[in-house]
Write a protein that binds this ligand. Structure first.
Ligand code: TYD
Ligand code: MG
Length: 463
């Protein structure tokens, strides 16, 4: 009697670890209840891409001398037709790269890549857009509505990975878009589409397409409730570039950020706006984020932040209220709440204010998330302003990190931040003293003022 080749394994949906028995807790990553039963009929014939094509081996294995043949290893980049997208990708879509675009449902991933296909086609690059989620008619009508019409774009609806690979190898497009990695499957594996084994194996095959056939592959990936890209972390390790597309549902802004990029800076930010005509680029996000800034400026400070290599001005709002509770509330939207606890403690200790019995609310306007400690000074200014009912000058901009002893520490990219604020008509710049030496020969117009501060006490005096 022939022995059945299929067996059951348990795969951790968090880290991809495999077990022969079910366990409540994954001993590799420590996550609970993540082991899911999956059927494996046999080891897939090819694992990953390096062992896949025996005939291609000699070519890809030949090392190139760095000094002599630089022009041969020069990276070709495609213009996507969108400056924001090009910048996030590090100056265009690198040919032969493997890119993952993650985002929550409905944020506009399919729209973005369809529009990108239109932009690429405008530069005569051929795009094959395969959707496992929508029919050809659906994708087609959306493209039609977005005004995308080109002989260089072909759309298809398919979820069998072998068919997709065959299609890509015969059509040889410059760029292949797979919408989404969670819907495609390999028939060799019995695990359900979207499971860790399927995602990992499918991505391995598609990586081969990128690295051996030189087809640029862009995958769309769903994100889980926790905000990480569904599927194993290995997916993020495999790809050259991880982009995340997100946006607050209550705003039209969509923020595209590079979380990892082998061809450019990480944490680069691109800003789009969703309209009835699809996604539009926002080339002047600072103006957009400050647009609705009112005249009532108690508790509102402007922070000159850096998002990747680009300066971005945004508004930080604070509100303090005396609290009847033993444990007052600290609520923060847009900055880390632990950072807020730290700042509150510093202000309480070093200044003549008592925040320990106040509820504190912080909001960064526009749904932006600030991760830089350089935002400290703006947050502190907003808190001091609301606490002392003192109006802040609308044309003042802040940046600087605050340490536990109350000192104001220098930050990077001072000149870039100041130039952006200067361009937008800001008159007064409150910056760390230690950054004075980094300004070099940067000169502000005569009517504008810089205040260098060393300590939070200087900030209090200023306000
Ligand atoms: P979609 O690209 O389908 O999202 P995803 O692929 O990330 O799930 O975007 C769907 C949303 O975008 C939907 O809520 C409607 C909105 N939208 C517009 O507002 N205008 C448009 O022109 C298009 C195409 C979509
Ligand atoms: Mg979609």
């Amino acid at each position: 009697m022939a022995k059945s080749k299929s067996k059951t394994i348990y795969v951790c949906q968090n880290c991809g670890a495999q077990r022969s028995r079910w366990e409540g807790k994954c001993t590799d990553c420590g996550a609970w209840n993540t082991l899911v039963e999956e059927m494996v009929s046999a080891e897939p014939k090819t694992r990953g891409w390096s062992t896949g094509a025996e005939e291609g081996r000699t070519l890809s294995a030949k090392p190139v001398s760095l000094d002599q043949r630089l022009e041969e290893i020069h990276l070709t980049r495609f213009d996507t037709g969108y400056q924001e997208l090009n910048r996030v990708l590090g100056g265009g879509l690198a040919a032969g790269s493997f890119v993952l675009l993650g985002g929550s449902p409905g944020v506009g991933k399919s729209t973005l890549l369809l529009q990108m296909a239109g932009g690429l086609a405008g530069h005569k690059h051929r795009v094959l857009y395969i959707s496992g989620e929508e029919s050809v008619a659906q994708t087609g009508s959306r493209a039609h509505r977005l005004g995308i019409k080109s002989p260089h774009i072909e759309i298809g609806s398919e979820s069998n990975l072998h068919t997709i690979m065959d299609l890509a190898r015969t059509k040889k497009p410059d760029v292949l878009v797979v919408d989404s990695i969670q819907t495609v499957y390999l028939s060799d594996l019995q695990a359900a589409p979207g499971s860790v084994s399927q995602v990992r194996e499918c991505a391995g095959h598609l990586m081969g397409l990128a690295k051996q056939d030189g087809i640029t592959v862009i995958l769309i990936g769903h994100v889980t409730k926790e905000g990480s890209i569904a599927g194993p972390k290995v997916l993020e390790h495999m790809v050259d570039c991880v982009l995340s597309f997100d946006g607050d549902p209550s705003y039209n802004f969509r923020l595209l950020r590079s979380l990892k990029n082998r061809f450019g800076a990480a944490q680069e930010l691109g800003v789009f706006q969703m309209s009835s005509k699809g996604l539009e680029e926002v080339t002047n996000p600072s103006e957009l984020f400050l647009e609705e800034r009112g005249d009532q400026l108690i508790g509102s400070a402007v922070f000159a932040s850096m998002e990747g290599t680009r300066p971005l001005l945004c508004e930080v709002q604070a509100l303090t209220l005396s609290s009847p509770m033993a444990m007052p509330r600290r609520t923060s939207l847009g900055i880390d709440v632990n950072r807020l606890h730290l700042l509150t403690a510093v202000l309480d200790r070093h200044l003549d204010i008592r925040l320990s019995h106040s509820d504190i609310f912080i909001n960064v306007v526009g749904g932006l998330k600030l991760v830089e400690p350089a935002a400290d000074l703006a947050v502190a200014a907003a808190i001091l302003s609301t606490e002392g009912r003192k109006e802040l000058d609308a044309k003042t901009v802040f940046f600087g990190e605050i340490g536990l002893t109350g000192e104001v520490r220098g930050v990077s990219f001072v000149e870039t931040r100041m130039k952006e604020a200067d361009k937008l008509g800001f008159q007064h710049f409150v910056v760390p003293f230690s950054n004075k030496k980094h300004l070099g020969d940067f000169k502000l117009p005569k009517d504008k003022k810089i205040s260098y501060i060393k300590n939070v006490r200087d900030l209090e005096k200023l306000i």
